[in-house]
Design a protein around this ligand. Structure first.
Ligand code: SF4
Length: 440
């Protein structure tokens, strides 16, 4: 095999896993190919039935369009539905998660000889192909058992990477030019439990890194927590966010799932609406206009109109900057798949639309509240991402030459030309002298 192409579905942790496998194959001399690739690795997701359907559809299409390509399917769907995938045309390998995704096992499964030394190569990455922000997986697996979620069955119990491993990888990525590193995993609030540590221990080490460029100049970088449960943003994590506003983005993606206590209990979530909102209030009291984003599931079995109304009220009270609304889909093997009181699909569609409408009103309100805020923007051309997870545009005439990888700006909220809402623009300002210095 001379060339490989990767197709990735699902979460940031899966995208990180793809990069690990990509680097393992590139070390073996394979080039990145496109339609002509000899090997296609499809890293799948199984979190919704839609994710599984799309992966199967893509695999069939690859085989139809490039029948010569050898197909390797890995990831969560390969773990949960291996027999279905083995039947698909062109599929030669079905490799699940865990050991199967470690570079040495992966290479061996594909028929490569693996030197004993290679077995010890850490599953780290040195770049993040095709992105300006890099994702670094700090843990895998989950010890909870939410009724709708198949992930603990396909990724196992929580396992943490060491502080040293993560710090080395983050420092290397910053030195390679990545200005933002997103710390991701399956349940990152549980990072460290298996090591006798807490997430704040890792974050504390990461904010103190001092990566430099070849001339010895300190490089600016920002960390972002990809997703953390509201109840796990503890006082130490919050204190680090307050002390290091240049280092840790004031953005917390805190999956809420439902804004109704009875539905949360049926989901086997471990908090009440009041506890969730209390966490938001605690964070808001100490951070300047933090961005709260959330995942919410609509149409969970037993969710009636009254429960859904509670969700709408809770979403409004939380003041989210963005909400990812997911229609419930029963995953075989989960407790929810056995539940009665299934919500009619038309009702699920209607609730999804109503919640999305509220979410976009709240997003609009949040954008307008950011006028005058100073932020570092990670750029791709003349637009980029702020610490508060907002898309920010630049006026090209404000920048001399090609846009840099990041820039400090003051935000302006401007009405869109078509009158459909507000968009954020950044007015460049000089970078604070301390922004690139180590925060020791
Ligand atoms: S916390 Fe719940 S939803 Fe999240 S991965 Fe674990 S079981 Fe799934």
């Amino acid at each position: 095999m001379k060339s490989v192409r990767f197709i990735t579905f699902g979460c940031k942790a899966n995208q990180y896993d793809t990069q690990v496998l990509r680097e393992a194959l590139v070390r073996r001399g394979l080039a990145e190919g496109d339609r002509d690739a000899d090997l296609v690795v499809v890293n799948t997701c199984t979190v919704t039935s839609e994710a599984g359907r799309k992966a199967r559809q893509v695999i069939r299409r690859i085989h139809r369009e490039t029948p010569h390509a050898r197909i390797c399917v890995t990831g969560c769907l390969a773990e949960s539905e291996p027999e279905v995938l083995r039947e698909l045309p062109g599929v030669e390998w079905v490799l699940g998660n865990g050991e199967a995704k470690r570079p040495a096992s992966f290479l061996k499964s594909l028929g490569y000889e693996v030197d004993p030394e290679e077995l010890g190569i850490p599953a780290g990455i040195t770049e993040f192909a095709g992105h300006t922000r890099a994702f670094v997986k700090i843990q895998d697996g989950c010890d909870k058992s939410c009724a709708f979620c198949i992930i603990p069955k396909v990724r196992g119990a929580s396992r943490s990477r060491t502080v040293a491993d993560v710090c080395t990888e983050v420092a290397g990525l910053v030195a390679a030019g990545y200005v933002e590193v997103v710390l991701c995993g399956i349940h990152i609030g549980h990072w460290g439990l298996d090591l006798g540590l807490q997430l704040a221990d890792l974050l504390g080490a990461l904010v103190r890194l001092a990566p430099t460029d070849p001339s010895g100049t300190r490089l600016p970088y920002r960390l972002r927590l990809s997703s953390i449960e509201a109840t796990e943003v503890d006082e130490r994590v919050l204190a680090l966010m307050v002390e290091h506003p240049d280092r840790i983005a004031p953005h917390l993606h805190m999956p809420m799932q439902s804004g109704d206590d009875a539905v949360l209990a049926r989901m086997n979530r471990w908090y009440t609406v009041d506890e969730y909102l209390a966490a938001c209030a605690r964070i808001r009291a100490v951070l300047d206009r933090p961005a709260f984003t959330a995942d919410i599931l609509v149409g969970f079995p037993g969710e009636g109109e009254a429960q859904f109304a509670n969700t709408l009220a809770t979403v409004e009270a939380a003041g989210f900057a963005r909400v990812h609304v997911f229609p419930f889909s029963a995953r075989p093997g989960t407790a929810a798949a056995e539940m009665r009181d299934v919500v009619a699909p038309s009702e699920v569609r209607d609730r999804r639309a109503r919640l999305s409408e509220l979410a976009s009103e709240l997003g609009e309100r949040y954008r307008r509240s950011l006028a005058g805020v100073r932020e570092m923007i990670v750029l791709e051309g003349f637009a980029g991402l702020s610490g508060r997870y907002q898309r920010v545009r630049l006026d090209p005439e404000e920048i001399d030459g090609p846009p840099p990888p990041s820039i400090d700006v003051v935000l302006e909220a401007r009405a869109k030309a078509d009158g459909s809402g507000t968009e954020l623009f950044g007015r460049p300002v000089a970078r604070a002298a301390s922004a690139g210095a180590a925060s020791v």
